[in-house]
Design a protein around this ligand. Structure first.
Ligand SMILES: Cc1cc2nc3c(=O)[nH]c(=O)nc-3n(C[C@H](O)[C@H](O)[C@H](O)COP(=O)(O)OP(=O)(O)OC[C@H]3O[C@@H](n4cnc5c(N)ncnc54)[C@H](O)[C@@H]3O)c2cc1C
Length: 593
């Protein structure tokens, strides 16, 4: 292993150690990479407990009433502002503190219930859903997760009702995708009672309208010349806090206030540190896990709006003496939108439930959800746009706004490329370490190593010969479940083969990583769809209902998803990677140092 590879291995390991201490239960996604189907996390399909469902129904009804009467997405986009009365109303309904504990004024909702609220907002206005996400899903999340009791008592009550707003400030010029490269400095005062913060943040949603900002800055590591990231609560009334640009003019989600600010010798009391000193990266990454879950919910809402719009137009617009819906190429789009929206909802629900049920390590699933739902929504809006033809291009219909609004999704909260690579690398780490154990023992056998290598060998061999069982209750889904089990087995085989063939260089082979991550995402999405469909069939059977439109959407999704998985795995061996890389090299030239 060369020095660079060793460093990379160390970085991934450190990131995981930083996030999760001690042994944890095997999650669903990591299980897939081991050739296992960890059914308990995804089957039966999660349901909101009856008592909370009643509360949620009440909140949803109130939210819908409020949005019907007061939310005007066209004006929000045109004025590039969300009116204060909308923010106040969202606060009154409880959306701005839905998952905060009741004792601090929140609704005490689970992440699953919270996702339903965000989905509802997402069906109507992306500016508003991103605003709520920035405030609640990430802005005050660090306080909710890592705040001490006294910090929560002090800050939360006014944040959860919207009297005050929150923001999450990680991004800087040098720290975009490379989030660990934060340059903002936080130096302790001589007596240690406060920290002096210096630096600049950019692209921060709510920066200029927030009263409380979670800010990431570098603090010295005692006893060394190193620094580490720490999370601070910063308020704009602190001397030295300056907004450089309150609302950077932008393409989409124009109602949100995306800003830049600078901190010059800002004194922040040590009581404002969130979470342990030097563990700000853990804080940031955990916060983003929550953000990515509600991202999925907002995208699902927008996808449902597209489905409704596409059906309306396909049923009414006539050309060649036929409605558009009579043409197969339009039918193809409607079916694809319906299947995508069904899968997005299933995946969001299943991922949110992992958080609610206490799985500690869900970072691969939230990354999968974010990439899958944002990519699907982009295609879905494009399909809907196409069905509307020229009319979609004009501003009296919502589609041009939806298209502009959706483009940020593939970039924000971790660009999809970075997350795709992350999914593959974190997923492959488990089997990769097992192969390393076996290889090292073969090269340098020792009594110490034998035991570990034996158990690693047993795991790898077990996964190679055993097709995982996918337990569904509905008889009519048994064949599909068996197909999914076989695909997981094939996936594991492909992962093993890639690890053995490429060894350490795989850490930099993003084209290989992408196929593995894409296959894993479709396996997860298919599992969520199958689980949801199974639950719906069971429910219909108990009530004597017949087949619904959702059955066909689920069936189509699974067929297309299985086909994609086979293609991704096939392309691991049959591809144009060499030509692609050679072409890029000849155009890019040598990287500048
Ligand atoms: C409207 C808006 C709102 C935002 N709100 C917030 C907020 O509230 N808080 C906050 O902290 N930040 C926020 N951001 C910042 C956002 O999270 C960053 O823009 C994002 O992380 C990407 O960073 P970057 O823009 O610097 O792009 P870069 O890091 O320069 O990346 C550019 C592109 O390069 C590619 N790329 C980068 N690294 C890799 C890699 N390792 N492998 C392959 N490809 C790669 C990707 O395609 C990526 O899209 C917001 C941004 C926008 C536009």
């Amino acid at each position: 292993m060369n020095k660079l590879d060793t460093e990379r291995q160390k970085e991934i390991q450190q990131a995981e150690e930083l996030l999760f201490a001690g042994p944890q239960a095997l999650g669903f996604a990591k299980g897939l990479f081991q050739g296992r189907f960890v059914a308990d996390w995804v089957m039966p399909y999660p349901r909101i407990p009856a008592a909370q469902q009643t509360e949620l129904d009440k909140s949803l009804a109130e939210l819908r009433r409020f949005l019907d009467e007061h939310l005007n997405p066209v004006e929000i986009d045109r004025q590039a502002d969300i009116p204060r009365e909308v923010i106040d109303g969202l606060g009154r309904v409880g959306v701005l503190g839905a998952t905060a504990p009741v004792e601090h004024g929140g609704l005490g909702f689970t992440q699953m219930a919270n996702c339903k609220l965000l989905e509802e907002i997402g069906t109507r206005c992306a500016s508003t859903s991103v605003f709520v996400n920035a405030h609640h899903s990430i802005g005050i999340r660090a306080l909710l997760l890592f705040g001490t009791n006294s910090q929560k008592e002090k800050w939360l009550p006014r944040l959860v009702n919207g009297e005050q707003l929150g923001a999450f400030a990680l991004t800087e010029r040098e720290a975009g995708s490379d989030a660990a490269n934060v340059q903002m400095q936080a130096c302790p005062s001589a007596d240690g009672s406060y920290f002096i913060l210096n630096g600049e943040k950019r692209y921060i949603t709510n920066a200029a309208i927030a009263q409380v900002l979670t800010v990431m800055a570098r603090t010295p590591v005692p006893g060394s010349d190193k620094t580490a990231i720490t999370a601070f609560l910063v308020t704009p009334d602190m001397p030295g806090f300056t907004i450089l640009e309150a609302r950077m003019p932008k393409m989409g989600i124009r109602g949100t206030a995306t800003g830049r600010f600078t901190l010059r010798d800002v004194k922040v009391p040590k009581e404002n540190i969130l979470g342990p000193m030097g563990k700000g990266l853990k804080v940031a990454l955990t916060v983003l896990d929550f953000g990515r879950t509600t991202f999925g919910a907002c995208c699902t809402g927008a996808a449902k709006t597209c489905l409704r719009l596409a059906i309306e137009h396909a049923r009414t617009r006539k050309q060649f003496n036929k409605t558009l819906g009579e043409f197969e190429l339009v039918k193809k789009k409607i079916a694809r939108i319906a299947a995508g929206a069904y899968a997005m909802e299933a995946m969001t629900t299943a991922t949110a439930s992992l958080i609610d049920r206490g799985l500690e390590d869900y970072m691969v699933e939230t990354a999968m959800l974010k990439v899958f739902t944002t990519e699907r929504l982009w295609e879905i809006i494009n399909d809907t746009f196409q069905i509307y033809g020229g009319s979609a291009y004009f501003v009296d219909l919502p589609l041009e706004r939806m298209l502009r609004d959706a483009r940020i999704n593939q970039i924000g909260e971790g660009s999809n490329e970075v997350l795709t690579s992350f999914i593959a690398l974190v997923g492959m780490r488990g089997p990769g370490m097992e192969f390393k154990e076996i290889y090292d023992t073969m090269m340098k056998p020792s009594r110490d190593r034998m035991g570990k290598a034996w158990s690693a060998g047993k795991n790898r061999l077990g996964a190679a010969i055993r097709i995982p069982d996918v337990p569904v209750r509905s008889e009519q889904l048994h064949t599909t479940a068996r197909q999914l089990g076989r695909l997981i087995w094939r996936f594991n085989f492909a992962v093993n083969r890639a690890l053995i063939t490429y060894r350490e260089p795989i850490l930099d082979m993003q084209l290989v990583q992408e196929r593995i991550a894409d296959a894993a995402m479709d396996l997860f999405a298919s599992t969520c769809v199958l689980s949801r469909w199974d639950a719906e069939l069971q429910f219909a059977r108990r009530n004597g209902d017949s087949a619904s439109a959702d059955d066909s959407a689920a069936d189509l999704f699974l067929r297309q998803s299985f086909r994609r998985i086979r293609r991704f795995l096939g392309e691991l061996n049959d591809n144009d990677d060499k030509a692609l890389l050679a072409t890029a090299k000849s155009f890019l030239g040598k990287p500048s140092s």
